[in-house]
Design a binder for this molecule. Sequence first.
Ligand code: FES
Ligand code: FES
Length: 158
Amino acid sequence: MRVSFTVNGEDRIVDDVWEGESLLHVLRERCGLPGSKNACEQGECGSCTVYLDGTPVCACLVAGGQAQGRTVRTVEGLADGERLDPLQEAFVECGAVQCGFCTPGLIVAAHDLLARTEGVPADPEIREALAGNLCRCTGYEQIIEAVRLAAARKAVSS
Ligand code: FES
Ligand code: FES
């Protein structure tokens, strides 16, 4: 089937999407967007998290055909050209990236949290927002710190 949708502000048409092909596969293998990671393909790890019409979803659980006519934003679409999103910068600064497999999904989930939160969210709120995103490397402390830092900077600049 043909799927027409908008990805990171660009209209895209993808042909020959097979029934059962995931949105994650469409994004990575057909749209040249490898930022969203494929770690479990079962909706367990959150490494494939993208926005679908503004709501974070696990792209491995969404059929490519379900993106027809819709808007997708991936981790690549959070940066402003060469300039990283403040969350991306904070993850680097805080050492919240080790193998990096979980990072794109965590950044999209944290981006959603900050978009709907005033000020700096409390740690339990951050932990709850990121509960669907698994990290095998960091122990989560640097990730929480990075989200806090980005939220604090956002609060100062707004
Ligand atoms: S790859 Fe989608 S949740 Fe793990
Ligand atoms: S940095 Fe390796 S899984 Fe999170």
